[in-house]
Design a protein around this ligand. Structure first.
Ligand code: AMP
Length: 125
């Protein structure tokens, strides 16, 4: 198979988040709306580390989401705020790793919600 076809093939596989949403992979869904859901990150990097994910796998990263459906991006931010209030004191850091070089490993856009006793100035890394 050509490299381009291999890439296309990989893109047509359901993402890990789609498989979680469909119940194929166990995860704790902590909140859900019509278009967006939130789970606990399996490898937490903060006392509270949740992922907020559009149900559609159409957008690979936040740049594509902002260009393609800004209202859905606003829904992601809104649910992030809600879960940060439910699981911590409402203050939170919102991280969208964008591109492999920035550490993105799942190309189904998702926001990391980091909260609960963060180091004030640390931006991670
Ligand atoms: P990123 O590296 O920004 O693409 O983020 C992907 C995130 O998904 C990482 O923080 C992983 O720890 C998290 N993750 C991967 N598999 C699972 C899973 N089965 N349940 C919950 N979180 C997961």
């Amino acid at each position: 198979m050509s490299e381009a076809l291999t890439r296309l093939d990989a893109m047509s596989e359901p993402s890990i988040f789609t498989r979680i949403l469909q119940g194929e992979i166990p995860a704790e869904i902590v909140a859900e709306t019509e278009n967006v859901f939130a789970i606990r990150d399996i490898a937490p990097q903060a006392p509270v580390h949740l992922l907020v994910i559009p149900k559609t796998a159409q957008y690979r990263d936040v740049v594509a989401l902002a260009a393609g459906d800004p209202a859905l991006l606003a829904e992601v931010v809104d649910l992030a705020h809600r879960v940060a209030a439910e699981h911590a004191d409402g203050d939170f850091r919102l991280v969208f790793n964008t591109g492999e070089g920035a550490g993105q490993t799942v190309f189904h856009v998702h926001a990391h919600v980091l909260a609960g006793g963060l180091n004030e100035k640390s931006l991670g890394g």
